[in-house]
Design a protein around this ligand. Structure first.
Ligand code: AMP
Ligand code: GLY
Length: 443
């Protein structure tokens, strides 16, 4: 019996746990900060603790004789959880603190791309002097993204047109990032603003080479039609041919090549990257550009790829950890997926917490949809909202249209007075808009 520990309590981690439990002869354990009912049900035992409290997680892993640890979110990577577990001789399929800098230090990520001349790089500079930052913003005509260097839980990046509309405002925010040390350092990263369609390309990495998974498009904005504030992601879709309707196969291949180059660079830097890696790309008129690289699966994007993975997930993870991914037989079903999050009313602004949600699990499954719980708490057989995303429903079908319908049928069995869903995700109308946008850009 292989004992696997999954760290994290969101819908991404529920999907990871689900994939783990499909492997043979596996016992699942988990550590999470919330009481995720989906993960609790799958786990032989679990511990409620902060995922970043390294000592707690290590102690739990040792006490349960864990063979393999998977880590969902980025914060424990930065806290050095992988390193601490490995020191105790426990196998981990996740990057070390040093390798995870590819996500946790945006300045370093851009430096690595420069040093190794990795394609997909964009204009960028970092500053600790607000006046110098302003000069660079002026040079770029205010067409910039202003970014803290470190992690901010997805809330620190501000982009021209979305969050500010003048050089003054952009410079003001850059100054604030420096002075308030937003993201941990008295520094700010200024990047040129990219125009295009975003896509996610996740891959398995064994430190030397990658195996890319189907491309996914997330929807960051809160409201239909991509309006409202940025969120952690309201939902996502993937297509049956593993690329997205607005991209070419060569764009996908370019993205995969860029990720492979990043993995080689990290290996060369003495910090080989083990585990899932996630390239967030902007497909521009000039091809795919790197917006960000994440040291983990995406949330929601993990829910698009793990349910259609063919092959033994736990074995794949062991092979990544052991630097021998080539030993794994990896494939994906030729199916489309649509994932929509149910979030508390007010999410992205001020969430209504502790509101009951009525989930009819049996009916959702009967509709052929999948259900992944996120940041909810279970008390006395009832589900309650927290301030974060509550749960996600995934439809899988022969094409995006069918997957979207299945997802919607599943969502009908979730009821609550204070919940919100972006129903336009995966609809023909929105996808047509993306295709048109890309056509216009490419001329
Ligand atoms: P990040 O936290 O870096 O993923 O940024 C959050 C969001 O800001 C991304 O999903 C993009 O939509 C947007 N963004 C970040 N960097 C840029 C950029 N250089 N150009 C345009 N949009 C960006
Ligand atoms: N899909 C956004 C993220 O996982 O960061």
């Amino acid at each position: 019996m292989i004992k696997v520990l999954v760290v994290g309590g969101g819908a991404r981690e529920h999907a990871i746990c689900d994939a783990v439990c499909k492997s043979e002869d596996v016992e699942l354990f988990s550590v999470m900060h919330n009481r995720n009912p989906g993960i609790m049900k799958l786990s032989k035992d679990f511990k409620i603790a902060k995922e970043t409290s390294v000592d707690n997680v290590v102690e739990f892993a040792l006490s349960k004789n864990i063979d393999l640890v998977l880590i969902g979110p980025e914060a424990p990577l930065e806290a050095g959880l992988t390193d601490a577990l490995r020191e105790k001789g426990i196998q981990v399929c996740a990057p070390t603190k040093d390798a995870a800098r590819i996500e946790t230090n945006k300045e370093w990520m851009r430096e690595i791309m420069d040093r190794y001349r990795i394609p997909g790089q964009i204009k960028h500079k970092s500053f600790n002097d607000p006046k110098e930052a302003k000069k660079f913003i002026e040079q770029l005509n205010g067409n910039v993204a202003v970014k803290p260097i470190g992690l901010t839980g997805g809330k620190g990046v501000k982009v021209a047109g979305d969050h500010f509309s003048s050089i003054e405002e952009a410079s003001e925010y850059a100054k604030e990032v420096i002075e308030k040390k937003i993201g941990g350092e008295a520094k700010v990263l200024i990047e040129e603003k990219l125009e295009g369609e975003e896509f996610t390309l996740q891959a398995f990495s064994d430190g030397k080479s990658i195996f890319p998974t189907p491309a996914v498009q997330d929807h960051k904005r809160l409201l239909p039609g991509d309006k409202g504030p940025n969120t952690g992601g309201m939902g996502s879709y993937s297509a049956e041919n593993w690329i997205l309707p607005f991209m070419e196969k060569s764009d996908y291949e370019e993205g995969a090549m860029i990720l492979q180059r990043v993995i080689e660079a990290l290996n060369n830097e003495g910090c080989p990257f083990i585990g899932p890696i996630y390239g967030q790309f902007m497909l521009t008129a000039d091809g795919p550009k790197i917006v960000e690289i994440n040291a983990r699966f995406g949330d929601p994007e993990a829910m698009n790829i793990l349910p259609i993975l063919k092959g033994d997930f736990v074995e794949i993870c062991f092979n990544m950890a052991e630097g021998n991914l080539a030993r794994s037989k990896i494939d994906f079903e030729r199916k489309a997926t649509v994932c929509k999050y149910v979030v508390p009313e007010g999410y992205g602004i001020k969430s209504m917490t502790d509101q009951p949600i009525d989930v009819d699990e049996k009916r959702i499954i009967e509709e052929g949809a999948l259900l992944f719980y996120a940041s909810v708490n279970k008390r006395d057989d009832k589900i309650y909202t927290t301030s974060s995303r509550s749960l996600a429903v995934v439809g899988i079908g022969e094409n995006v249209e069918e997957a979207e319908k299945i997802c919607e049928r599943g969502l009908k069995h979730i009821k609550g007075e204070h919940i919100f869903i972006r129903h336009d995700i995966g609809t023909k109308e929105l996808i047509e808009k993306r295709i048109e946008h890309m056509k216009k850009l490419r001329g």
